[in-house]
Write a protein that binds this ligand. Structure first.
Ligand code: SF4
Length: 332
């Protein structure tokens, strides 16, 4: 399958069938922590990147091939910003007509200032937008948005969506050491969150390989500060353990590409996830993929992760050259 994957385990959504509406790294943000590498180039254009009918046909096939209880949620998510797909509203409604399973949308939220996008998402059961910063300056440092995706539009769009939307709004905050885990940054974020009134706030940590080499997870003190300042509404979300459903994959290469295009992984993790094949077969396939340019190894936190070949991860020198000033000096 090209557009649908899993179900994969999710801490918040149980076994989640992923619906990926966007080509790899098509996004209007270029987050410093993005596990899919840098966004090259940034785009803010909404269009039908893949045919909506073809995406829907895969959802139908995936639902037909699973027993009741094997899928908990259908989630629009994936390798870019899903609301850039202009057919997402039609797709959400069409999927709703197929199944009673709940639908989630994981989005950066930057296009919610557009009435069309707010209408598109209104039938989702849960919408999970990102909000990492409480000021325009920190937003630019962390999310490095397209010039049209301003902070004012992001916040106004989230607030307007909250007014219209009766489903669950769960705001996702990615906490990065030294950037948004400080007392001041968290107080500013809390002020904006009070305006948006989400149902829940999920604090995520950059455990997967970040685009930039200098990104670090917060220390325990930063996490405690975040919980204290963001309040009872906020919980820390750790990555889920569980099994990836690879029944739609015929070969080990297909399975590896399907996984690392959306979730770069360490070799041991891949070998565990791909237990249908022997570790030797997985290693052999990875070596072939690397040699043929079908996959790449990216090193972050002193760990080697396997990632999709087209992803752009800068080396230390290029990453530090684009780092916020203070970070540039600290890491040398
Ligand atoms: S983390 Fe999401 S919003 Fe940020 S650059 Fe990556 S795909 Fe885009």
């Amino acid at each position: 399958m090209k557009y649908v994957y899993g179900p994969v385990p999710s801490r918040r959504l149980g076994q989640s069938l992923g619906i990926d509406t966007i080509p790899l790294k098509t996004c209007n943000w270029n987050c410093v922590y993005c596990q899919l590498g840098r966004t090259v180039p940034l785009t803010n254009e909404r269009k039908e990147y893949f045919p909506s009918e073809a995406i829907l046909a895969e959802v139908k096939a995936a639902l037909a091939s699973h027993q009741p209880g094997e899928i908990d949620w259908l989630t629009f998510v994936g390798s870019g910003e899903p609301t850039l797909h202009s057919g997402i509203g039609w797709l959400i409604l069409a999927v709703k007509l197929l199944t009673d399973l709940p639908i989630a949308v994981i989005t950066n939220g930057s296009l919610l200032y557009l009435p069309d996008v707010r209408r598109d998402l209104i039938w989702a059961d849960v919408v999970m937008p990102s909000l990492d910063a409480g000021t325009a300056d920190l937003y630019r440092q962390l999310n490095r948005p397209h010039p049209e995706a301003t902070f004012e539009r992001l916040v106004d769009g989230l607030a307007a969506f909250r007014q219209d939307y009766s489903g669950k709004l769960w705001v996702e905050v990615m906490l990065v050491q030294g950037l948004n885990d400080t007392d001041r940054a968290l107080q500013e974020l809390a002020t904006i969150l009070r305006r948006i009134q989400p149902d829940e706030v999920h604090i995520n940590l950059p455990t997967r390989p970040p685009a930039e080499t200098w990104v670090r997870e917060p220390e325990e003190e930063g996490l405690m500060r975040a919980r204290a300042i963001l309040g009872d509404i906020a919980t820390v979300v750790h990555p889920a353990e569980g099994s990836f459903d690879l029944s739609g994959c015929d070969t080990v290469v297909e399975a590896i590409i399907g996984i690392i295009t959306r979730h770069p992984m360490r070799q041991e993790e891949l070998e565990r996830t791909l237990a249908r094949w022997t570790p030797g077969k997985v290693r052999e396939a990875l070596a072939d993929l690397e040699a043929s340019g079908g996959a790449q190894v990216v090193e972050r936190y002193g760990v080697r992760f396997w990632s999709a070949a087209p992803s752009h991860y800068p080396d230390e020198v290029h990453s530090l050259a684009a780092a916020p000033g203070q970070r540039r000096h600290q890491q040398r």
